[in-house]
Design a binder for this molecule. Structure first.
Ligand SMILES: CCCCCCCCCCCCC/C=C/[C@@H](O)[C@H](CO)NC(=O)CCCCCCCCCCCCCCC
Ligand SMILES: Nc1ncnc2c1ncn2[C@@H]1O[C@H](COP(=O)(O)OP(=O)(O)OP(=O)(O)O)[C@@H](O)[C@H]1O
Ligand SMILES: [Ca+2]
Length: 522
């Protein structure tokens, strides 16, 4: 067995020494950074292949628990047990490996865990206790667990507890639970730093406490877009090895009042209407989105309004790039450097951008602003396949009024490999901030008219068949509705950190490699 040093530390289990022998006659090649734990092992008579040795002397053993990468970005915990007759040698190896693990400074030691017991078919608590908690205890991570009793319990709690004693916050739930905990964490950081969240131009304080969440929601788009899979064991292992992925967050304001933060989709029109309709059908579970999606598709409403945006000139990519954001993404790294330089020069003082605002007026079926690709099982590449997790920009997608057939063609491209922006009625811009005002808010109509509209229903009475809407749509902000149709949105570069590493490239190759190294080489 050797420990190799080549940029990264690797542990290579082989028969280089006849004194230390792997129990199952296997060969492993594992980076130290992907070892979960090392523990002394009681030698068990049931264990195989040791007959000759056991007769000669008392045997000593230790077990290495490590990450095994499987298909589709899934991680699993595997172990290899080594034994030898020399107790001192065995202890030396155990000690040396433990010391190497101690040197992995980014690994969390204490976590605060929030579990939504009702999220995702009410399985969150059971899954946490059966699959995740044992891994944390194996990795000597201590946890304080809060099972939420009502909505906003976790958020309120984050304003009360001493968050600074934790290395990270874990939420067990879906995108909704993630959003709640994220609001608690960002809100608490701003409060402690005396920053007014209602000021849309305020430079927000970065959250250095990592956040992660497990699956169990309906869309799980944050997990899919940052890890590549929504799987509790995979997420737990990313936490244990201390992975850290910065994440852009958009703030949403209306008239100098803070409304919400968004990390995935901020959608008006199609996705806002789906969400509003689906809220009434929560009992249907994830199917509610398909039902409301079909209904919203048939209604084919479009909305008139004005969008003003500032292009994100500082980022190196474009929404039409063929490359997607992956682990160690160059574009996100460049943004990280720029951010560090900016903070050095100006501190937290916000520098008002000099760039001009571009203004677009029109009739839109959908306005989608995405901070990440929004990949999820329904849409494997997401709404903007080349969006970056941490480049300080969002992709603003405008789908103008078009026929139902063309809109269907656009939706189908969410699900296949074809370019979803290659339509004359779809425009996409990479932006650092934007404002939207619906025609209705611009018109500033009288209350009497509003009462009239409410009474006579929401559709245009002059042209009942034209699908133009005289009421506003709602904004879908990461799966929650925002009623304000006039909003101001600003992307805050790398405001959050996740226990993730971005989607790993060539996961199939890695899976094949780890399989060959473990199962064939020895
Ligand atoms: C012909 C098939 C077209 C299929 C098109 C599928 C597009 C799926 C796009 C999903 C985008 C997810 C963006 C992420 C949003 C999350 O922050 C948020 C919180 O979890 N989730 C939702 O708002 C939940 C949003 C859920 C949206 C589901 C949309 C389903 C649309 C179905 C349209 C059917 C048209 C059929 C016509 C014959
Ligand atoms: N104990 C609780 N009782 C009721 N609601 C809760 C509780 N704990 C959390 N919530 C709220 O439930 C909402 C939905 O949570 P979560 O995202 O986990 O569930 P989901 O419906 O499975 O997922 P999705 O948001 O993807 O549809 C969150 O906005 C959260 O604020
Ligand atoms: Ca981004």
């Amino acid at each position: 067995m050797t420990v190799k040093k080549s940029g990264k530390l690797f542990i290579h289990f082989t028969f280089l020494t006849t004194s230390i022998v792997p129990l199952q006659n296997r060969n492993c090649f594992v980076p130290i950074s992907e070892i979960i734990a090392v523990e002394e092992t009681e030698f068990n008579k049931k264990q195989r292949n040791i007959g000759r040795w056991q007769k000669m002397a008392k045997l000593h053993a230790f077990t290495v628990h490590y990450v095994k990468k499987a298909r589709n970005h899934r991680w699993r915990c595997r172990d290899a047990t080594f034994w030898c007759v020399d107790e001192h040698l065995c202890n030396q190896w155990t000690q040396a490996l433990k010391e190497l693990l101690e040197m992995q400074k980014s690994r969390p030691k204490q976590l605060l865990v929030y579990i939504n017991p009702y999220g995702g078919k009410r399985q969150g608590k059971r899954i946490y206790e059966q699959k995740v908690a044992p891994l944390f205890s194996l990795a000597s991570i201590s946890t304080d667990v809060v099972v939420t009793e009502h909505a906003n319990h976790a958020k309120d709690n984050l304003f009360e507890v001493n968050i600074y004693k934790y290395d990270g916050v874990v939420c067990v739930g879906g995108d909704g639970m993630f959003s709640e905990v994220m609001h608690g964490l960002i809100g608490r950081m701003q409060k402690d730093s005396g920053i007014d969240q209602n000021n849309p131009k305020a430079s927000l304080v970065q959250c250095n406490i990592c956040l992660v969440f497990y699956f169990s929601g309906s869309t799980d788009c944050i997990c899919y877009s940052t890890v590549g899979i929504s799987d509790p064991v995979t997420s737990a292992l990313h936490i244990i090895v201390g992975d850290c992925q910065p994440l852009d967050v958009s703030s949403v304001h209306h008239n100098n009042t803070f409304l919400k933060y968004s990390v995935s989709l901020l959608g008006y029109g199609f996705y806002g209407d789906i969400l509003k309709d689906s809220e009434k059908k929560r009992w249907m579970g994830p199917m509610r989105y398909d039902y409301s999606g079909f209904k919203t598709f048939l209604s084919h409403h479009y909305y008139e309004g004005t969008i003003a945006y500032q292009p994100a000139k500082q980022t190196h990519g474009s929404p039409r790039d063929k490359e997607s954001c992956r682990m160690g993404c160059y574009i996100c790294k460049q943004s990280e450097k720029q951010l560090a330089e900016q903070n050095k020069e100006h501190g937290l003082k916000h520098e008002e951008g000099e760039e001009e605002w571009k203004v677009i007026k029109g009739k839109f079926l959908a306005i989608n602003a995405v901070n990440m690709s929004c990949a999820c099982p329904r849409s494997p590449k997401g709404l903007s396949p080349a969006a970056h997790l941490a480049d300080g920009s969002a992709d603003l997608i405008l789908v103008r009024k078009c026929s139902r057939f063309n809109f269907l063609r656009y939706l189908v491209r969410h699900t296949n490999q074809d370019d979803q922006f290659d339509f004359p009625f779809v425009d996409v811009y990479r932006v650092k901030c934007f404002q939207f005002t619906s025609k209705l808010s611009e018109d500033n109509e009288s209350n009497v008219m509003d009462i009239g509209k409410k009474r006579f229903g929401q559709f245009c009475r002059d042209h009942p068949a034209c699908c133009c809407n005289i009421v506003n749509s709602t904004w879908n902000c990461d799966g929650e509705t925002l009623d304000s149709s006039a909003i101001e949105v600003r992307v805050h570069c790398q405001l959050m950190k996740l226990f993730a590493r971005g989607i790993e490239e060539d996961c199939k190759d890695e899976a094949a490699h780890s399989q060959s190294s473990i199962e064939q080489l020895l």
